[in-house]
Ligand binder design. Sequence first.
Ligand code: PMP
Length: 406
Amino acid sequence: QKAFDVEAVRRDFPILSQQVNGKPLVYLDNGASAQKPTAVLDAMDRYYREMHSNVHRGAHTLGDRATTAFEGARETVRRFLNAASTREIIWTRGTTEAINLVANGLAPRLKAGDEILVSHMEHHANIVPWQMIAERTGAKVVPVQITPQGELDMDSFYSLLNERTRILAISHVSNVLGTINPVAELIKHAKARDIITLLDGAQAVPHFQPDMQALDCDFYVFSSHKLFGPTGIGVLYGKAALLEEMPPYQGGGEMIERVTFQRTTWNTLPYKFEAGTPAIAEAVGLAAALDYLDSLDRPAMESAENALMKRAEQLVETVPGMSIIGTAENKVPVMSFKIEGLHPSDIGTLLDQQGIAIRTGHHCAMPLMDFYGVPGTARASFAFYNTQSEVEQLFAALLKVQRLFA
Ligand code: PMP
């Protein structure tokens, strides 16, 4: 297998070659948002320079060009996910809006006493929308427990499945722990009981490509900005039959078939869920990001990423009092950690002074912080453009921080 040429890849990301606080930038906050390759910047620039207009309005050439680019982007996403049809690909503002859309759309199916199964490691985006729908319908949000290593407790999962369970909404990959959940197994058991399944793929897609037809989940959601695409757009994949059944999320232009003051009818999929002028340039940018990823040697990229995590795990013992939170067997290169006697936000600030960007805090996963009994963690999250040398710089900097406070 040929080695992954990380230096060549880094040249595709102009933002990476700058100094921050007088030091070369080491960007390890990819879980919060990833950087964009030139291919994405150029595609969006070209779109605005050469083809911008509103979509689906016809009547002139620019409108046709914009529509072709926009619908072409939808097809690129369909291919990325191996979804059966572009009717099943809905543009949203991101993961958060996609989950709110699904929760709202499934509300008519819910009644008092029904249960929505989530997990203890969910991002707030996959907890709060369900709580809001539960409030409206009398349903209940129930968390599957996790183990101290940060894996789903499968006994808890099996024991919570019952005749009241209607929905299973779970992260494919945890944003804090990096854990890759055993989604095939979860979906199999859910399907056997006619439970609707939603996977939050926000942290999965930057690392590997999920296959909708193989997974057979009912819904899959992700954000473009974590996948090297622009902010402001994300994707909801949904099975056509369920999307057909669900009421629209927002009303307005584009999502209708015919409007009268007596009665309005809905447009066909996917447009029924796309009220208003969409984020056209962003769709084009996301498609460019997917094409860019497609141009890389994915297996080599994944093994290079995993090597970053391995190196980090080796170096943990060089920093006194440091420990990793989230040591699942099967995980993406995300390292949440704590250092005895140090507050996560101090770690973040001191690393920033050395040009190293990480995230600190509760990571929008307060129930998970409660589980570990910490107010927050420090988190370094790696992307394929990070290097072994950057991992080593992180640990050298952590050692300096630790000594400063020891
Ligand atoms: N779910 C997970 C697992 C996430 O990591 C994030 C982003 N931190 C979200 C949902 C929310 O994504 P967004 O803010 O892009 O809507």
